[in-house]
Design a protein. Structure first.
Length: 101
């Protein structure tokens, strides 16, 4: 994986984790929502909570992570993907030249 791809993946994972953290801060019980998901998605959720990009990407695909997060957040997958694209664009603007990574 190229440095820019690693950067994008890190931003995307961070975005998904922060969205779920916001739900918890609003008083939602994520455990209750996660229990409604299939077992493989429950496992993915547990990995995402660790915040370990390397562990998550070795175990599940970025697409699976998006599907899981959309299910937990109860938002359409495409809306979540668009929000992630926006987060990556904003992070890239702040970082400047990614070739130096």
């Amino acid at each position: 994986m190229e440095p820019a791809e690693c950067f994008d993946a890190g931003v995307q994972l961070g975005y998904l984790i922060s969205r779920m953290g916001q739900l918890e801060m609003q008083g939602h019980d994520l455990r209750e929502r996660v229990l409604k998901l299939p077992p493989e998605q429950q496992f993915t959720f547990a990995l995402m909570q660790t915040g370990s990009l390397a562990q998550l990407w070795r175990t599940v695909s970025p697409e699976d992570a998006v599907v899981l997060a959309a299910g937990v957040l109860e938002v359409p997958e495409e809306d979540l993907r668009e929000d992630m694209r926006t987060a990556v664009e904003a992070a890239r603007e702040r970082m400047g030249d990614l070739d130096t990574l």
